[in-house]
Ligand binder design. Structure first.
Ligand SMILES: [Zn+2]
Length: 329
């Protein structure tokens, strides 16, 4: 429904952030919207406020999306973030349980509300005590107010409104799934979402005079109706891979060999294990870790480097990486 790709913006803790052209257009509208409303009479104050708005909204969206991204990264689901014309999106591989999904979804608005609360404490209690000069104070107060307003309002609406595919709609659907069969939960979640979107669109247009809210509501409404008609799957589930008895046996032998200091044997067993095909993510992580550590011990540095890229950030892997650095330096 929304755009799926954009230009690479930056990478933080292994999480790529991209920005779509529509997002840039939206931000340009925020930045210069004040000037347009002022009838072209270019005022520095309006432009300054527009820029604060762009920075504030971007920071807030990033905090929200990084909330989703950090939790999905914790579950090993390779997240990436896109800022698009209607806000943000954190894409990740499917989780293997509803509980994990719920935590990933909740973390976005959750972290945003906490951040908004901290900004409120700063803006109301700390900022006035700092004794800043009036121009500096007014810029900081404007900026803090944007952060408070945006994080608390957007965070709360996102969490509370059962609109699909916003966070509240996803949580609502996950909740329904606990009480009824999936087909029924899917249908009910979309019908409730449609029922809520109609007044939201009307209020946005008539009372808030927000073309943006009305357009977003309209897009979501069309998307919901299509999803309902098509019986579209609302959650993707990663199939749980179970270790076979043979894999489990090899894995235990590799651990035992490593514990005995038999690096060569641990390395050999992990290689053999890798050739057995799919295995649980946790087991695979450990296999990459053992391969990294043993390959470094055996001074197969080039090979170790490619394992280290796939291994999780454990103390042993970090140590092995540090040794690789000194070897190649
Ligand atoms: Zn979200």
């Amino acid at each position: 429904m929304f755009e799926r790709s954009g230009y690479h913006f930056f990478t933080f803790r292994g999480i790529d952030v991209a920005v779509s052209p529509w997002y840039m257009l939206l931000m340009a509208f925020f930045a210069f919207g004040g000037l347009l409303r002022a009838g072209g009479g270019a005022s520095g104050a309006e432009l300054q406020y527009g820029l604060l708005l762009v920075i504030g909204v971007t920071v807030s969206l990033l905090i929200h999306e990084f909330g989703h991204a950090f939790v999905s990264k914790y579950y090993g689901l390779r997240p990436s973030i896109l800022l698009h014309g209607f806000g943000g999106l954190c894409a990740h591989e499917p989780a293997d349980s509803d509980g994990k999904d719920a935590f990933i979804v909740f973390a976005g608005p959750g972290i945003e509300l906490v951040f908004g609360g901290l900004c409120a404490v700063f803006g109301w209690f700390v900022l006035p005590q700092l004794g800043l000069s009036p121009p500096v104070y007014s810029v900081l107060a404007d900026f803090t107010n944007i952060l408070i307003w945006f994080n608390i309002v957007w965070g709360a609406l996102n969490l509370l409104l059962p609109i699909w595919p916003l966070d509240g709609g996803q949580l609502f659907h996950l909740l329904l799934r606990r009480f009824m069969p999936e087909a029924r939960a899917q249908e009910l979640a979309l019908k409730v979402s449609i029922f809520v979107l109609i007044p939201v669109g009307i209020i946005g247009f008539m009372y808030l005079k927000s073309f943006f809210v009305a357009l977003l509501a309209f897009f979501l409404l069309m998307n919901n109706i299509n999803a309902l008609k098509a019986g579209q799957q609302l959650v993707a589930r990663q199939a749980k891979v179970r270790a076979s008895d043979f894999q489990q046996e090899l894995f235990e032998e590799a651990e035992a060999a490593l514990a005995d200091g038999d690096v060569r044997e641990a390395y050999r067993l992990c290689h053999q294990l890798r050739s057995t095909g799919d295995m649980p993510a946790k087991m695979l992580d450990r296999v990459w870790e053992i391969l990294t550590v043993t390959a470094v011990e055996m001074e197969r540095f080039d090979e170790a480097k490619s394992y280290a890229k796939r291994a999780p950030d454990t103390a042993a892997v970090k140590q092995a990486r540090a040794r690789l650095e000194t070897q190649t330096a």
